[in-house]
Design a binder for this molecule. Structure first.
Ligand SMILES: Cc1ncc(COP(=O)(O)O)c(C=O)c1O
Length: 435
């Protein structure tokens, strides 16, 4: 039971380096955040030792009396947070949560309609290199190229596409879309074509929990999320249903013939459908994060995430950058760098040299490959957790601009890096490597 420092100096040294990188650098990846010490303590706990296949009260292993209470706490808090009446907190990741949805609602070869990856969608929404694009027939809607709706989804076009392909499922949700979604319009299209409606709120779950974006729960048949982005919990996934009801695809309990609820079908898709034992230490950390998100301070934090993203996007626009959709409603900006004569890949590399972390990202109608891209995605959740406000983000934009417009200039990189370290010093993060 010796300390990691002594038992494995190699791994300890690397953890130390990574904590230093997180402390010193400017983290602007839109899908990342910094969890609290409490969340980390739950994740790094002996709950990792426990096998608990099944659900609370219905496990395939003994000794689950304590972890049952942990999972119930996580479920109850998630229901309160999102105002829903069914939740499964076991998916190990967002991709696993999504897999359980396909497994429940679709048969291999069925058609579904989702947001194009290059227009902000996610790999699990039908990319040809993902199971969702291999096992199912993926069709896509996108954003407008120009006009008053440029960079935004046009619901009339979604409807036209849905009417022409008659999908079994329609997905909403994105990894790089800066605007809110019109769930009512999506639901009316889904009803018109007889499709299931699924929202993947992985990116915006925290902002939705805080009541700052539209709520998908009353309109969607199923909602999936990750718990580690704006929601600021451990790296994992979750499934939710606003109001559970009997399934309409003829699934009955084998002995009694009782019609099962949708929630029961998704529970079975998670386990035994896709996963084995749940990660009880991560579920404990979810419970902790949900308690944090239920605190009024989380609403304030989320408000600041959006205010910072708006200030950041405006500052980029003032410097002549092109922001897809011309602004933002949420936690991120998607910059099209073509008018700055630099690719997303080169901008990412140059910024990294100054300890500013962003990711290259396809922009709608991109002419570069996904490995090069014409854009970068810039998000505010992580640095807002550290306490940065609008003025700090305006300063960040001017530092980023210096790097992007002088990518090979060592002096500029050195000066910007110094300014970044001065800034991150003012907003301390972790003062420990392991608990
Ligand atoms: C919209 C969306 N769905 C699903 C995922 C997948 O989550 P994970 O990486 O936990 O599998 C992501 C991750 O970036 C995402 O942005």
């Amino acid at each position: 039971m010796s300390h990691l420092r002594d038992s494995d100096p190699s791994v300890f040294g690397l953890l130390d380096q990574e904590v230093a990188r997180q402390n010193e650098g400017l983290e602007l990846i839109a899908s990342e955040n910094f969890v609290s010490r409490a969340v980390m303590q739950a994740m790094g706990s002996p709950l990792t030792n426990k096998y608990a296949e099944g659900l609370p009260g219905k496990r395939y292993y003994g000794g689950c009396q304590v972890v049952d209470q942990v999972e119930d706490l996580a479920r109850d808090r998630a229901k309160e947070l999102f105002g829903c009446d069914w939740v499964n907190v076991q998916p190990h990741s967002g991709a696993n949560a999504n897999a359980a949805i396909y497994f429940t609602l679709m048969n291999p070869g069925d058609t579904f309609l989702g947001l194009d990856l290059s227009h902000g969608g996610h790999l699990t929404h039908g990319s040809p290199v993902n199971f969702s694009g291999v096992l199912y027939r993926a069709e896509h809607y996108g954003v407008d190229r120009d006009g008053p709706n440029a960079g935004r989804i046009d619901m009339n076009k979604v409807r036209e596409k849905a009417l022409s392909i008659r999908p079994r499922m329609i997905s909403i949700g994105a990894s790089a879309y800066t605007r809110d979604f019109d769930y009512e319009a999506f639901r009316s299209i889904a009803d018109e074509v007889g499709a299931f409606l699924w929202m993947d709120m992985a990116h915006t779950a925290g902002l939705i929990a805080a009541g700052l974006l539209n709520n998908p729960m009353p309109h969607c048949h199923i909602v999936s999320t990750t718990t580690h982005k704006t929601l600021r919990g451990p790296r994992a996934g979750m499934l939710l249903i606003g109001k559970d009801s009997e399934n309409t695809i003829g699934k009955v309990a084998p002995k009694s013939g009782r019609v099962k609820n949708w929630g029961e079908l998704f529970d079975s898709a998670v386990f035994p459908g896709f996963q084995g034992g749940p990660l009880m230490h991560v579920i404990a950390a979810k419970a902790v994060a949900f308690k944090e998100a239920l605190d009024p301070s989380f609403t304030e934090y989320s408000r600041q995430v959006i205010a910072n993203a708006k200030a950041m996007t405006s500052a980029f626009l003032e410097l002549g950058y092109e922001a897809v959709s011309g602004g933002t409603d949420n936690h991120l900006a998607l910059l099209d760098l073509r008018n700055k004569n630099i690719t997303g890949k080169d901008a990412e590399i140059a910024l990294q040299a100054a300890d500013i972390t962003v990711n290259k990202n396809m922009v709608p109608f991109d002419d570069q490959s996904p490995f090069v891209t014409s854009g970068i995605r810039v998000g505010t959740p992580a640095m807002t957790t550290r306490g940065l406000k609008e003025d700090d983000f305006r300063q960040i934009v001017s530092l980023m601009d210096r790097v992007i417009t002088n990518p090979g200039n060592e002096d500029v990189i050195k000066q910007v890096k110094g300014a970044i370290h001065e800034m991150t010093d003012r907003f301390p993060l972790y003062d420990f490597v392991t608990a």
